[in-house]
Every structure is written in C-alpha cells, then in structure tokens.
Design a protein around this ligand. Sequence first.
Ligand code: MG
Length: 165
Amino acid sequence: MSEKKMDAVEEKARQLLTERGVSLHDIADLVYFLQVKYHPELDLDDCYDNVDRVIRKREVQNAILTGIQLDILAEKGLLEQPLQGIIDRDEGLYGVDEIIALSIVNVYGSIGFTNYGYIDKQKPGILEKLNDKSSGKCHTFLDDIVGAIAAAASSRLAHRAANVE
Ligand code: MG
C-alpha cells in the first residue's frame, strides 16, 4: 500500500478506523460525492489514493487516535461526568469533536473548510450510518473525523487537478 514503512501510530489509526466500521473506500465515496461535479471524469481510485495520502499525515493520525479513543471510552461508560453524558448524547453545543476534525481539514488549506461544512450538512453514505443513534455505538468524534478526512482529501485532489490543468 505505502512505499514507506508504516509506524505504530499510523498502523493503529488505520486499525481503529476499520474496527469502528469505516473503510477507506467509504471515505473515498465521500470524496467522489464532493468532487465529481467539478471533475466529471474523476474515478474512485483517485479518490481512494487521496484519502490514503491524507491518512499518512501525523496530524490526521493524532486526530483519529484521540477522537476514536474518546468515542470508545464514552461507549463503555468510562468517562467522568459531565463529559461522559455530553459525548454519549453527542450534545450539539459541545464542539470539541468539530475542533479536532478541523485540525485535519487545516492540513490542506481553505477549500477544505467549505467541503467539510457541506458534507457535515448533507451526511451522505457512511456519515448517515455513523449518525444513526439507534446503533448503540458512540460516534460523536468519528463522524466529524471521517467528514474531515473526506474534505481534506477533496482539497488535495482539487489542488492537484488545478496544477495539472
Ligand atoms: Mg460529532
């Protein structure tokens, strides 16, 4: 998959995404959703490749490790109150989930912010699944992280396309 050897942080970040039910293909589908209107000949392999590149960034891996860890602890009821309840209920005014996600979007500049806001409103594909509260899972952080990776990968793709054209 990657030329360079994966270190423990990257390996764990990728493993956590998989364990929490998110594949890179799911995120690639979101990138396709965001970008196909600007690049009609876009293919899913391009989307996948950009997602994979985004996940190689340490900032992104750190956000994944931190956010998913909090989701897991909340799901197990292991956090102290009031944080336990706030994360478990995915309270709208909490906002730290979005701040962590923005640290991912930040990596590829300002187009990412627009994409992130848009996909967070639309909630296509895997984002709809993660937001299904009836699953018994806590994805308060993960849904924002996945949206942010898709937004960052879209920015990366858009910048590269602009350089080619
Ligand atoms: Mg959230």
